[in-house]
Design a protein around this ligand. Structure first.
Ligand SMILES: *[C@@H]1O[C@H](CO)[C@@H](O)[C@H](O)[C@H]1NC(C)=O
Ligand SMILES: *[C@@H]1O[C@H](CO)[C@@H](O)[C@H](O)[C@H]1NC(C)=O
Length: 473
């Protein structure tokens, strides 16, 4: 039977044979024209799970740390001194931090399946000036994990972060850095290849590091700031309001240390006025927005806790606008965490553990509450190009230059769609054009970025010291 079928074409009429020949040619053409490019680009290109494809930052931020001097001086205290850096910016940071011997926890909100090797590999992550980094990994889905939220599978990263802040309240490091499990994420900084390990390896801890004693002064003299939240942006301080402020706040402003900093600096879908707490579900297109007022009151409004800490509190005014760079990943000083009583963290944990809202909504409401928790500010929108320069030494010459860079990066991101397999199969020429444009943009982005990184390295006075108040345009 099979043999009979295979002979069929030979027995066909000449007309049918012509048809088969044409059909084969057309198929071959279609295969070469549509199939080959799609297959070539998608089958034979490394589909690395971690590093994003088409990353243009490769090699630009290679870790420049070297460890020398081990063996010559042998006490643990010299560990920090033994870390030297080839980058002038990083050595400046390390010098500045040397005497304060800073302690840092990197707190990871993870699930058991996550690969967090990036966080413990000193070849990938080394925070400038930090000799001993302690990684504290929380697991939301493992009942036997040493660090886990009180309720599993609930509250997303927010419940894990709050659990850490509560449980470590009396044993906090100088700075705690709280991040998601992934190294690469869309909400990490594009200028650093959307890599958290690259960001942290450039992070200037002085952005948040505060002196506890200094903060005590501030707390005593600015009680009203905590109990009367306002929706005023830090940008809006009129001169007379600044002069009214107490010496503690002045000091904080002068030192430029923010206590809390979102690790992302981008304003897209975030600043300066993303969440409006007065909006009803009908008025809002952002799912969590209509829940924000209730979430705010549930966490910061009047209420009675076990030890009565909240019963004294007056009804706070719910800020109309809540805004800050997207997504929960931030660095916070011990002083900023302790500007709230420990019971605040317990209360917020309970809110997340018991709320009837979906996990999606409840988790997202907290993305907008961190600035208020740590800074008493409903809106936390540092000027993007300044924050990039101060925090990461990526120093574009002007705000416009940074905006242009970000726009072109987004254009490049938008070209990924025509490069998807089925798109490329259907429209190989569109894909080829997109690939060409992507290459062109990538070269431009890389070139401009290299200049910005060099500016952050070389120019004395640019960077943390030179950019000035990060909230002022
Ligand atoms: C620095 O930290 C180490 C380890 O925590 C500690 O043993 C040492 O005393 C500290 N040094 C200073 C100068 O504070
Ligand atoms: C917040 O939303 C309300 C209702 O839509 C609107 O009237 C108000 O102007 C908004 N506030 C700001 C600051 O945009």
């Amino acid at each position: 039977m099979a043999a009979a079928i295979s002979k069929v074409p030979l027995l066909l009429q000449p007309k049918t044979r012509t048809f088969f020949a044409l059909w084969s040619i057309v198929s071959l053409f279609l295969f070469l024209y549509h199939g080959v490019p799609a297959l070539r680009h998608h089958l034979f290109q490394s589909s690395s799970t971690a590093r994003p494809q088409y990353d243009f930052t490769e090699g630009l931020f290679d870790n420049t740390f070297q460890t020398i001097g081990t063996g010559t001086t042998s006490t643990n205290n010299d560990a920090a001194a033994a870390v030297t850096v080839t980058s002038s910016r990083e050595s400046r940071i390390a010098d500045a931090l040397h005497d304060s011997n800073v302690t840092v926890h990197l707190v990871l909100a993870t699930r058991a399946q996550d690969d967090v090797s990036w966080a413990t590999d000193p070849g990938r992550l080394r925070i400038p000036g930090v000799a001993n980094l302690r990684v504290v990994r929380y697991l939301s889905d493992a009942a036997d994990a040493p660090y886990r939220p009180p309720v599993l599978h609930k509250g997303r990263e927010a419940l894990m972060y709050l659990t850490y802040l509560h449980d470590f309240y009396d044993a906090l490091p100088d700075v705690a850095i709280l991040v998601h499990a992934e190294d690469y994420a869309w909400h990490a900084e594009p200028t650093m290849g959307t890599s958290m390990s690259t960001m942290l390896s450039r992070f200037d801890l002085r952005e948040v590091l505060e002196d506890d004693a200094e903060n005590e002064v501030q707390k005593k003299t600015t009680k009203s700031r905590r109990t009367r939240p306002s929706n005023r942006s830090p940008l809006d301080h009129a001169p007379e309001q600044i002069s009214e402020r107490d010496s503690g706040l002045e000091k904080r402003k002068d030192s430029g240390r923010r206590g809390y900093a979102n690790l992302r600096t981008g304003w897209l879908h975030a600043c300066p006025d993303w969440i409006n707490t007065t909006k009803t579900p009908a008025e809002s297109v952002k799912q969590e927005e209509p829940f924000m007022r209730e979430a705010f009151l549930a966490n910061f409004g009047p209420g009675v806790s076990e030890n009565g800490v909240f019963s004294q509190q007056q009804q706070p005014e719910v800020p109309e606008i809540l805004a800050g760079p997207c997504c929960s990943q931030f660095a916070v000083s011990r002083a900023a965490v302790r500007s709230r009583p420990r019971a605040q963290y317990k209360r917020s944990m309970d809110f997340l553990a018991t709320t009837p809202w979906s996990d999606y909504i409840a988790g997202r409401t907290w993305e907008h509450l961190w600035p208020f928790l740590f800074r008493g500010a409903a809106r936390d929108c540092p000027v993007e190009w300044k924050a990039l320069c101060r925090m990461y030494g990526v120093c574009f010459a002007t705000a416009e230059a940074q905006t242009r860079w970000a726009e072109r990066w987004r254009e490049r991101e938008s070209l990924r769609e025509p490069l998807e397999f089925w798109q490329e199969l259907g429209h190989p020429r569109v894909a080829a054009r997109a690939r060409g444009r992507m290459r062109e943009l990538g070269e431009w982005l890389r070139k401009e970025l290299a200049v910005a990184v060099r500016r952050g390295e070389d120019v004395e006075g640019v960077g943390w010291e030179g950019v000035g108040d990060v909230y002022e345009f």
